[in-house]
Write a protein that binds this ligand. Structure first.
Ligand SMILES: Nc1ncnc2c1ncn2[C@@H]1O[C@H](COP(=O)(O)OP(=O)(O)OP(=O)(O)O)[C@@H](O)[C@H]1O
Length: 337
């Protein structure tokens, strides 16, 4: 079965096209990493999977059913870790999980779930006292209720310390081994690298790359990354480099230009910079990584080095809204983010 299937999906918010003619398929049991810089359309896509936002065009199918007509059943079988999860300050962590268990009419032991996400000792404390990472762990515990067939995790590692991020990866792996499909968005490539079967890279609402992590590595295998100390490089010089054959991406990192290019294009890059009047102080090459590929596909104004910190923004998410389980109708109103 296909866990997620988007066909020709477009979402416009007034003049802004957040997602453009998106085709995306996630097979049952896959761990799929959904990458992209800020504003690429990841959360909008996730909101459409959850039927919190209706597409302007196209169809969205989840767990073999149409989200527009079978939302209740889909939500019952789906665990969601929303972006910008907010808690009820005066309810304990345990109460939050109990609520999620009751909402799904499930039989899970809240304490076992809290222990699984490392919150056993904090189970009785008010969630309002939880740190950001603890809230994220709590959200994960709630998402795991009733062994969902599909886990949708929006920036799951946001706010987690390295130990928490590792635990998150282990939980994702364990869920996949259990047979669940996991779809998660992230800016953090090492998360994706470590757990995903496949990765999709979204830019300006369009899928610009999709492959296994190995496939993406192979795709950059024939390329090198050239780091050029070029303090005086202006936009014209960058554009001249970008226009060269064999150059797949150029990003600026302080006084340095980072150029993804075929090995035989390196001398052309240096020559183009010098022709543009840039004094090249130094340059060296380094091995291409998944990070380089991400930058190559997402470079430009939208991709910046500050993208590692997720902007959770206003929450708009009620943590005790059973979402995945509710007997209510699919949302009629779009979420206000
Ligand atoms: N409710 C809304 N009204 C108007 N514009 C919106 C709304 N939601 C999203 N957008 C716009 O759609 C585009 C995609 O936003 P989205 O939140 O989906 O990106 P994202 O990839 O999740 O970004 P981030 O990594 O920063 O969370 C942005 O230009 C954003 O401003």
């Amino acid at each position: 079965m296909t866990a997620i299937e988007l066909r020709g999906v477009t979402k416009e918010f007034g003049d802004v096209t957040a997602v453009r003619d998106l085709d995306l398929t996630v097979e049952d049991g896959e761990v799929y990493g959904f990458l992209g810089p800020n504003g690429a359309g990841k959360s909008t896509t996730i909101d459409m999977l959850l039927h919190l936002v209706r597409p302007t065009a196209g169809t969205v199918r989840v767990l073999g059913a149409d989200v527009a007509t079978d939302g209740v059943d889909i939500r019952r079988r789906t665990g969601v870790l929303p972006d910008g999860f907010s808690v009820y300050d005066r309810l304990s962590g345990r109460r939050h999980v109990e609520f999620a268990v009751e909402s799904k009419d499930a039989a899970d032991d809240p304490d076992a779930l809290l222990a699984r996400v490392g919150l056993a000792d904090a189970a009785d404390r008010d969630a309002g006292e939880y740190s950001k990472g603890m809230r994220q762990r709590l959200a994960l515990a709630m998402a795991l209720v009733d062994d969902p067939d599909l886990l949708i995790l929006d920036e799951p590692s946001s706010g987690l310390d390295p130990a928490g991020a590792k635990e998150m990866r282990e939980i994702v792996r364990a869920e996949a081994e259990r047979g669940a499909t996991v779809f998660f968005s992230s800016h953090i490539l090492e998360q994706v690298d470590a757990v995903c079967d496949r990765v999709g890279i979204l830019r300006d609402g369009e899928l610009v790359a999709e492959d296994s992590v190995e496939g993406l590595r192979e795709a950059v295998g024939g390329e090198e990354t050239l780091e050029v100390a070029a303090a005086g490089a202006d936009d014209d010089a960058v554009a001249a480099v970008r226009a060269l054959p064999g150059v797949s991406g150029v990003t600026r990192d302080g006084d340095e230009l980072v150029v993804n290019c075929a090995s035989d294009a390196k001398t052309d890059v240096i020559a183009a910079l010098e022709d543009a009047g840039v004094a090249v102080a130094d340059f060296h090459t380094r091995e291409a990584s998944l990070e380089d590929l991400f930058l190559a596909y997402t470079e430009g104004d939208a991709a910046s080095s500050d993208s590692e910190e997720a902007d959770s923004g206003p929450t708009g998410v009620d943590p005790t809204d059973p979402g995945p389980t509710a007997d209510d109708e699919p949302a009629e109103e779009e979420v206000d983010r």
